[in-house]
Structures are given as C-alpha cells and as structure tokens.
Design a protein around this ligand. Structure first.
Ligand SMILES: Cc1cc2nc3c(=O)[nH]c(=O)nc-3n(C[C@H](O)[C@H](O)[C@H](O)COP(=O)(O)OP(=O)(O)OC[C@H]3O[C@@H](n4cnc5c(N)ncnc54)[C@H](O)[C@@H]3O)c2cc1C
Length: 443
C-alpha cells in the first residue's frame, strides 16, 4: 500500500489525504497544533462548490449561513460601492473550527490518521527526490509528501535549490492581518452591515467592519507588519465612524499572514507536491484560499490516482500543476498584477478611480466563480466601459500607471501560455525562470 505523508494540516492537504485514503492509500497528517485546536477563532467564507469538488455535501444548515453583500469605500469615504451577487453565487460563512472539524471527521472516517503536536522541521531528500520529513517526533518516510504547511512551509523553504521550487514569498506579497470580534458598541441599525475600506487613513491596506447580531468583526490588513498598539489605535480610528464597534474584545485578536501573490511557479518535485497557502493558492486581491485548496486537492488526488506505477515523480505530478494553472492559477496570476497595481496607486488615485466610475460596484461583486480578471470585466456594460475609459483618459498620470499594469498583464499572459504541457526538467526550469522574471518586473 502506498504511503502518503501530509505535512501540516492545511485544508487542501487533509482533503487530498481523504480522497486518497478512500482509494486505499495509507495517509498520515503531521500537524504541529494539538487535537481540536486547528483553525482560528473566527468565521470564514468560501464557495460551497469546493465541497462538492471533494465529494462532500454541505454541512448541516445550523453550521453555516450565506454571506451578505459587502460595501466598498475609498480612503476619503468615496465609493460606497455595494456588491450585488446573485443568491446562487453567494459563498457560505462558517466558523473556521467547524470547517476543520468537518474535514477532519470525514478524513478520519475514510482512514486518514492524524499525528498532533508534531512540528514538521524539514524535508528528507535522497538524490533528486523527497523521501520523507524530519519532525519533532522523529523522521518519517513515505512515497509522496504533500506539503500543506501553509505560507511559511519549512518544506518548501528547505528544498535544495536544484529541485527548482522557488522558496521565497517576496516583498508586498504577504498581507499582515489583525482580526478581532468586539462587543456591540451601539445597537443602532447600520447603513452598511459589511463595510470594506481600502487604504483607510491613507495607509496601504484594507480594513473591514462587519456588524453582526452579537458582535462587530474588525479586520485590519496591511503590506507591512504592525503591532498590537497600532492595531488598537486603528480600531479606535474605525470606532469614530462605526459606533457598532465596541471596545471589549470578545473573540480573535490575533495577527496572521495571508499570501497575496502569484501562484508558486513549480508545485511539484520528485516525491513532493505543494498545496494551499504553501503554494500561494489564494485569490490575490481578496486573500481567500479555502475553496481553491479544496479544488486543488481533487486535482492532486486525481493525478496521484492516475499514476499507476506509483512513481510520484515531478513528471507524473506535473499533470496536477497543469490542471491547477489551467483551471485557476493562470487567472489568479493575472489578478496578482491588479493587486500589485494597488501598491503603486496613491490614496488619491484610488478615490479618483471610485469617484469617476473606473472601479464600480460590478467590479467589486466578486463571487464564488471569480477566478480571473476577465470574469470581473465581463460583468460591465458598454456604458460602464465608456465611463472607465473616459475616467482614465482624463488623468494622464493615472493613465500611465494603468498602461503599465496592462503591459505587465499582457507580458505575463504570454509567459503563462508557454508553460510546458509535459514535464522535462530543463524546459520546466527555463519556464520557471521566465515566469519569475515576468512577475518580478515592476509596474
Ligand atoms: C484573517 C484571515 C481571514 C481569512 N479569511 C478567509 C476567508 O474568509 N475565506 C477563505 O477562503 N480564506 C480565508 N483566509 C485564507 C485561508 O486561511 C487560507 O488561504 C486557507 O486556510 C488555505 O491555507 P492552508 O490550509 O493551506 O494553510 P493554513 O491555513 O496556514 O494551514 C496550515 C496548517 O499547517 C500547520 N503547520 C504549519 N507549519 C507547520 C509545521 N512546521 N509543522 C506542522 N504543521 C504545520 C498549521 O498549524 C496549520 O494547521 C483567511 C486568512 C486569514 C489570515
């Protein structure tokens, strides 16, 4: 029986393990946290179609609700762009701990074993192959190591350079987030239940204030790290405009990092496959990664099952990379250019874009099916496009920036189109260098 190591209890790793265990593979997850403590003390939203991709039904209705539309504001209060997502495309909102409980229960029922309190330290390699992992509880060996250790994976970072899997996340590609639930400061009805503020206080980043029935959810996210004193100062700032945000911390209050960048250039090596945040599978402009990790789990499991010889080499696992990029990764890579554009726009640029209809409510209506820039643009009418064009043309400095973003998207599209169909180490290494160069090119 083939032996699969899932390093770290990331969502995609558990789901891929579940799909392989039900086909008779011997799967063990090695997780640094203790049993029952995976996830965060807050709710998350994701596309329910991701559960059907891994063959699971929706959880009991008491465990989730449908997400509501959000309203987006620019730095000086411009915008007020309210999403209008059709009900059938709304994502679901669940407690993170319940998402984990649901995945782990189903995985265990199909035979996946979990080893908790077990930090994964580094890969064990022999020649050009990953053959196991070093953990705090000793060395373990397997036929395939699935890296589900998240953004700072010691496996991805510990692979020899010759394996061709780039280790570094890169500047402006980590989003530093503080998230906390506070008591209700006021019970007065609010105009916008889910308010998202871009570049609030003129600081490069995003904040949201979501007024729920029993608490108010605050998120402050930036491209530079910040400390608790700064998070509390920012919370006070948002309290001035949002009296529903109380001062008593009731849940969360944690700092976490989210990858917001181009997908990992090479997801596989001999005996190794990366998934989830370890492979930067988030939607770069919003940081959602749960659904993509689950969909990738199905792709990885299908590729492993198709490898009748059980080689699990870079060549046989390449089908996973190709499938992921074609279905999701190519679209996310181009969306990452849009995210990068935000880092070169000034707060005044952003207000201008909101005020002149260059960014409109349709653009912000990102739903469960938003996987690329074209699915966003397709929602716009001819009149919307005319407004965008005339708004951009009126501001030559902004126009120049937009043209540079367009240039980068075009160049990157060409490189994505050249991703090798079949695995050959020299050709893939060359493509990885081209891709990395294209994403490193400034705008
Ligand atoms: C504040 C915040 C809000 C978010 N909101 C959403 C949302 O609403 N919707 C959405 O889709 N996504 C959201 N995300 C992103 C989402 O959390 C990730 O994209 C998603 O969880 C996929 O990541 P993962 O499971 O691969 O990795 P992770 O969630 O990072 O899980 C990795 C696992 O591996 C374990 N691990 C790490 N290192 C080691 C090690 N050395 N040894 C052993 N175990 C290890 C960790 O303990 C953890 O259990 C949010 C993220 C944050 C921070």
């Amino acid at each position: 029986m083939k032996n699969i190591i899932v390093a770290g209890g990331g969502h995609g790793g558990i789901a891929a393990g579940m799909l392989l265990a039900e086909k008779g593979f011997d799967v063990t997850v090695y997780e640094q946290k203790s049993e029952g403590t995976l996830g965060y003390d807050w709710t998350d939203i994701f596309a329910p179609s991701a559960l059907s991709a891994i063959g699971l039904p929706l959880p009991p209705v008491t465990q989730f609700e449908y997400k509501e539309n959000m309203t987006f504001y620019g730095p000086s209060g411009s915008g007020g762009l309210r999403q209008d997502i059709p009900p059938e495309k709304l994502e679901i909102k669940m407690e993170r701990r319940d998402i984990y409980k649901y995945l782990i229960t189903n995985a265990e029922e199909r035979g996946v074993k979990f080893v908790y309190d077990c930090p994964v330290l580094s890969p064990i390699t022999a020649g050009d192959r990953v053959i196991g992992i070093k953990t705090g509880q000793g060395d373990v060996y397997g036929d395939l190591v699935i890296d589900a250790c998240g953004l700072n994976s010691p496996l991805r970072q510990g692979l020899p350079e010759s394996f061709g899997v780039p280790a570094e996340v890169g500047k402006n590609n980590r989003f530093y987030v503080y998230r906390a639930f506070y008591n209700k400061g006021s019970d007065e009805p609010v105009k916008d239940k889910y308010k998202v503020i871009l570049f609030g206080e003129g600081i490069l980043g995003v904040a949201w204030v979501a007024t729920e029935e029993n608490y108010t959810d605050l998120l402050v996210g930036r491209f530079e790290p910040f400390d608790l004193a700064e998070a509390e100062r920012a919370a006070d700032y948002y309290r001035q405009e949002n009296p529903s945000l109380g001062t008593e911390l009731v849940r969360g209050g944690q700092f976490v990092e989210i990858p917001v960048r181009w997908p990992l250039a090479k997801l596989v090596a001999n005996g190794y496959a990366a998934i989830g945040d370890a492979a930067y599978m988030t939607v770069p402009i919003i940081g959602s990664g749960i659904a993509n990790s689950l969909k990738a789990a199905r792709m990885l499991a299908d590729t492993v099952l198709a490898d009748a010889d059980g080689a699990y080499s870079a060549a046989t696992l390449w089908g996973y990379q190709r499938n992921y990029y074609q279905k999701l990764g190519n679209g996310f890579a181009l969306l990452a250019c849009v995210k990068e554009a935000l880092t070169v726009f000034t707060p005044a640029d952003l207000d201008y874009l909101f005020d002149h209809g260059v960014i409109n409510a349709r653009d912000m209506s990102i739903d469960a099916d938003t996987t690329d820039i074209f699915s966003v643009m397709k929602k716009n009418t001819a009149r919307d496009m005319q407004a965008k064009l005339s708004g951009v043309i009126k501001d030559p400095v902004l126009l120049k920036k937009m043209l540079r973003v367009g240039g980068k998207i075009t160049a990157l599209s060409a490189v994505l189109g050249m991703q090798p169909t079949f695995y050959n180490k020299a050709t893939v290494d060359l493509w990885v260098r081209m891709y990395e160069r294209a994403i490193a090119a400034g705008i």
